[in-house]
Ligand binder design. Structure first.
Ligand code: FAD
Ligand code: SF4
Length: 506
């Protein structure tokens, strides 16, 4: 079953959306000029602001950011929708507890820099979180306005406002650095520079501890740099937000693989660190375990996206890796990583990209917005299908997939209806590139080289409620503990670990 329906809900231009927002703001100003404040009913009637996006045809062939960001009028108008609830359920829905009503109130008052300060008290990566956090299942899922209007899509667009405030602050060149405490004489090593490691590093520097971040790759930022594509999260933004740490005195040791260049235990016993935080992520790709997966032209999503992002495969003049020429691409999986891989393949020049998923759209774990964007760009979805083998040519290159059709059966342990193969439905379809995007696991290197480090059967490090591992003075958080999760959950774990380390060293 194929689904190539385009959803063009976001195709109004930035200028049109801005003009409509200005008109609505004028109406609100005239209400206030009559000496009346907006009632909750007035606020409920203000239309939710759509995100302006690049035209879908143009963007499917360029790497520039898809979402263009609110104009000032749109941000002010969206802020007018907030009911400033006393109990603020949105804050409870945010893993790092940003004071959401306060920052939105500051936007309403036109005090945009104060709005940025309010966010950054608990979240130093607002440009990133405003772009990639799944707000629809976090702060926006609990928003009173969305509940009153019976649709999470109608909740206050908290993420878009966060993004606008952070972008505005950067455009003004007014980014405040967090205060760094007096030197404590204590030293902490951080393994991994993803959102978990960066958040831990910031909170430790605030207390005056010396912090060194060890990163296996040549750039800091973790999946935010090598996984999430440029067209969703510009790398210059990650560099700016990660650069704040350098300005705070955090030292980066890049191209440094802990477990090989140095063992975990050596950081404590030989290098004089007082504590270690492990935020090494879940970077080991899973495969389907089907025949033909070792053929040329079959990639893990990790490898495919890393080549494109970190090694700029798309930038033919300056690329550090050759681009694999693809004509017809199959992406296997239904999550955000599958959406990113499919959209990247299109931008790298593929003529046709198909996503093969064993269930239906309703069961897809990817964010609805990302699926909608992929469909708008022309990616075709083959639901209720999955391959059984990759077929190669005489040169060992992939040239086709054998594909099986599925029907939905009874719900499984995840609550989703399980896919049941339909006997005799096998067929062969030509594909020269196959991208496997069915999830990631933890890299076993650290556990293998530190036998005292307790992990579960999937290799996730076991921690207590304050993120402490089985090794004294070693803490862990983010995907290496949770399995593949989200940026903000990784940040939340980093914050908790930093609190525990600060208590240990305090
Ligand atoms: P990571 O970001 O994985 O960072 C770990 C870092 O540790 C890496 O840089 C790695 O090189 C380094 N490292 C590993 N081992 C060692 C070692 N032994 N020594 C030194 N360094 C080491 N989340 C969202 O919230 N929204 C999204 O839209 C989203 N999209 C995603 C798209 C893709 C393609 C992928 C792969 C993930 C996406 N995620 C998204 C998930 C999110 O990026 C992760 O949950 C998050 O980055 C985890 O943070 P972390 O700090 O635990 O690990
Ligand atoms: Fe505003 Fe929604 Fe938070 Fe209430 S729950 S304060 S309406 S963002």
């Amino acid at each position: 079953m194929s689904d190539a329906v385009a959803t063009n809900a976001h195709e109004a231009t930035r200028d049109e959306l801005d003009r409509l927002a200005r008109e609505e703001l004028r109406r609100i100003t005239s209400i206030r000029e009559q000496g009346r404040e907006l009632s909750p009913r007035d606020r409920l009637a203000i239309p939710s602001q759509d995100m302006p996006c690049q035209d879908s045809r143009a963007r499917s062939r360029n790497m520039s950011e898809v979402a263009e960001g609110y104009s000032e009028a749109q941000a002010r108008l969206e802020a007018e929708r907030c009911l400033d609830c006393k109990n603020a359920p949105c804050v409870a829905g945010c893993p790092v507890r940003v004071d959401i009503p306060l920052f939105i109130k500051k936007i309403r008052e036109g005090d945009f820099l104060e709005a940025a300060r309010a966010i950054k008290r608990t979240n130093l990566l607002p440009s990133i979180c405003g772009r990639v956090c799944p707000q629809e299942v976090q702060c926006q899922a609990t928003c009173t306005l969305g509940k009153s209007l019976k649709s999470v899509d109608k909740a206050v667009q908290i993420g878009r406002l966060e993004r606008w405030v952070a972008d505005h602050e950067r455009a003004c060149g007014a980014c405040d650095l967090p205060d760094v405490g007096r030197p404590s004489g204590r030293r902490v090593a951080i393994v991994g520079s993803g959102p978990a490691g960066l958040t831990t590093a910031i909170d430790l520097r605030r207390e005056g501890h010396e912090v060194v971040v060890y990163e296996a790759f040549q750039k800091a930022g973790g999946v935010m740099v090598y996984g999430i594509p440029e067209f969703r999260l510009p790398k210059a933004l990650v560099a700016t937000e990660a650069g704040v740490l350098g300005d705070m005195g955090v030292r980066y040791e890049l191209n440094f693989l802990v477990g090989r260049t140095r063992r975990l235990g050596d950081l404590l016993s030989k290098d004089g660190f007082d504590a270690v935080f492990v935020g090494a992520g879940a970077g080991l790709p899973k495969f389907m375990e089907m025949p033909g997966e070792n053929l040329v032209g079959v990639f893990s999503a990790n490898e495919y996206l890393t080549r494109a992002n970190l090694m700029r495969a798309y930038d033919r003049e300056r690329a550090a890796t050759p681009i694999y020429p693809s004509r017809r691409v199959a992406v296997l999986g239904g999550g955000n990583v599958a959406m990113d891989s499919a959209r990247m393949a299109l931008r790298l020049g593929a003529e046709e990209v198909r996503v093969l998923y064993r269930r239906t759209r309703a069961e897809m774990p990817a964010r609805a917005e990302e699926v909608g964007h992929a469909m708008e760009e022309g990616i075709v979805f083959d639901f209720l299908t999955s391959p059984t083998r990759v077929i190669g040519n005489k040169d060992g290159r992939a040239e086709a997939l054998e594909i099986l059709s599925y029907a939905l059966g009874e719900p499984d342990s995840s609550g989703r209806r399980s896919p049941v193969p339909i006997k005799g439905s096998e067929r062969i379809e030509a594909f020269d590139t196959v991208i496997v995007a069915i999830g990631n696991e933890s890299n076993p290197l650290l556990a293998r080289t530190s036998p005292d480090l307790k992990v579960d059967r999937r290799g996730h490090i076991l921690v207590d409620e304050r993120q402490k591992t089985s090794i004294d003075r070693v803490y862990a958080g983010g995907d290496i503990v949770l399995g593949a999760a989200t940026v903000i959950l990784a940040m939340g774990e980093g914050r908790r670990a930093a609190g525990a380390i600060n208590d240990l060293l305090g």
